[in-house]
Design a protein around this ligand. Structure first.
Ligand code: CU
Length: 116
């Protein structure tokens, strides 16, 4: 009887350990806080992307700086002027994760440029 309870407790504890990170939602694989990064690409090269980012409260002020990316192949598709979004993590100010283009420069220019 005692043994059965012990096994049951262990199983419940193991399940709680697996579910706890999910309950926090924002926790990534390393347990760090996740932030949403948004900005406009200024420059792209083989290994990095320079972005003028919006302020990310708790992570970084608005500024222009270069970042590496978790998947370098994305650098082949990103172009200066693109509006992008990515995930960034607490204490990691060098890497953009899951970078996505939300608006290409052509769309912005059409919207911004007055008709002649
Ligand atoms: Cu910065």
């Amino acid at each position: 009887m005692h043994k059965t309870n012990y096994v049951r407790f262990t199983v419940v504890a193991a399940i709680l350990c697996l579910l706890l990170p999910l309950a926090y939602g924002q926790a990534d694989k390393a347990g760090k806080k996740e932030f949403t990064f948004k900005g406009q690409v200024e420059k792209v090269d083989a290994k990095s992307v320079t972005v003028k980012n919006e302020s990310v409260p708790g992570w970084m002020n608005s500024m222009t700086m270069s970042y590496s990316v978790d998947k370098p192949e994305v650098l082949k598709t990103v172009k200066p002027g693109d509006q992008i979004t990515a995930k960034v993590y607490e204490g990691d100010f060098k890497t953009l994760y899951g970078l996505q283009v939300v608006a290409p420069p052509a769309a912005n220019e059409k919207k911004a440029a007055p008709k002649k």
